[in-house]
Design a protein around this ligand. Structure first.
Ligand code: AMP
Ligand code: TRP
Length: 336
């Protein structure tokens, strides 16, 4: 038996922040050597809300460069761009036709984003989870490492698989594989710096709410200085009345590589005035190697393009095979 397959992706909308890194990419890096991995820059998802054509291509390359900078290793993993592989759109259409509308209307992310868009909600925003299901299913994926916020989309993906196989496959010969979410407890939900009860998000209007992976040391220092705290002395984990304390300690734990026990003991008597500079320094040091590697990759566009070209070919071969199986199962005549 070969290795199990992993698929995951990030949208090229705005900068990557610590939530994306600690909730997703860092985990991909940690487990990549045990799996056969595909990491995608999901640029078709990026246009489900109004986007800027002038920056889309560059933002897409920047995410691919950040994957490399964060430690995605091409010996284990393939990096590619969603729009380079046509099968993603095509499978989405086929799956659209078997997905009940009310499943999509029930998605929390759709409801939240639709609310923000007001009048201007495109069909693509509603259809976003079917495109995401297609991403995953084209590669007969075993496991999907994501942050907690994507759990519902994974459940929908599983529902689509069961429905498809039930309608179009023999019980002992499923066409689509049932994927499993891989959600790590620590870092699964990194919270906003300005409100410890809200998740850190690219779409928060306040830059002060998040640390971006490419923030300069000065920006990091400023954001930590101004981040929300509470009037209590001594920091602690897991006190639901102190969400900021839990979030900032968790960030310190994950970025310093210390254990929860070590951090709890180290910080239990600290005031915020002592903790904040410590967190700032730890963050700057943890992000420095990523930022340096990012610059190196972005300065060598020929290399980056060759990575994406190779990724496209590898992904395409797998995706087209599944797409043909799906079409055959649905009764299409194939010219092969
Ligand atoms: P997105 O920014 O929506 O493209 O998300 C990319 C990946 O980052 C997904 O796996 C998300 O689950 C994860 N992610 C986004 N925001 C957070 C957060 N605040 N905490 C943990 N994971 C997150
Ligand atoms: N919807 C995911 C997010 O916002 C991004 C994504 C698109 C994804 N397709 C995927 C994640 C497939 C995992 C697998 O985070």
């Amino acid at each position: 038996m070969g290795r199990q397959r992993i698929f995951s992706g990030v949208q090229p909308t705005g900068n990557l922040h610590l939530g994306n890194y600690l909730g997703a990419i860092r985990n991909w890096v940690e487990i990549q050597s045990q799996f056969d991995n595909l990491f995608c820059v999901v640029d078709l998802h990026a246009i489900t809300v109004p986007h800027k054509p002038e920056t889309l291509a560059n933002d897409t390359e920047a995410i691919a460069a950040l994957y490399l900078a964060c430690g995605i290793d091409l010996n284990y993993s393939t990096i590619f761009v969603q729009s380079h592989v046509c099968a993603h759109c095509e499978l989405t259409w086929l799956l659209n036709c078997i997905t009940p509308l009310n499943w999509l209307q029930d998605m929390i992310q759709f409801k939240e984003k639709a609310l923000k868009q007001g009048e201007n909600v495109g069909v693509g925003l509603l259809d976003y989870p079917v495109l995401m299901a297609s991403d995953i299913l084209l590669y007969q994926t075993d496991k999907v490492p994501v942050g907690e916020d994507q759990k519902q989309h994974l459940e929908l993906t599983r529902d689509i698989v069961n429905r498809f196989n039930h309608q179009f496959a023999k019980p002992d010969q499923p066409v689509l594989k049932l994927p499993e979410p891989l959600i790590r407890k620590e870092g699964a939900r990194v919270m906003s710096l300005t409100d410890g009860t809200k998740k850190m998000s690219k779409s928060d209007p306040s830059e002060l709410s998040r640390i971006n992976l490419l923030d300069s040391p000065d920006e990091i220092a400023k954001k930590i200085k101004r981040c929300k705290t509470d009037p209590i002395r001594g920091l602690e984990f897991d006190n639901s009345e102190r969400p900021e304390s839990n979030n900032l300690l968790t960030l310190y734990m994950l970025l310093s590589g210390k254990t929860k026990e070590e951090v709890a003991a180290e910080c239990q008597d600290m005031g915020w005035g002592q903790f904040k500079p410590l967190l700032t320094q730890t963050m700057i040091e943890a992000l420095k190697p990523i930022q340096e590697k990012y610059q190196e990759v972005m300065n060598d566009k020929a290399y980056l393009e060759s990575v994406l070209r190779h990724g496209k070919h590898k992904a395409e071969a797998i995706a087209n095979q599944t797409l043909n199986q799906v079409k055959a199962a649905m009764g299409y005549s194939l010219l092969i």
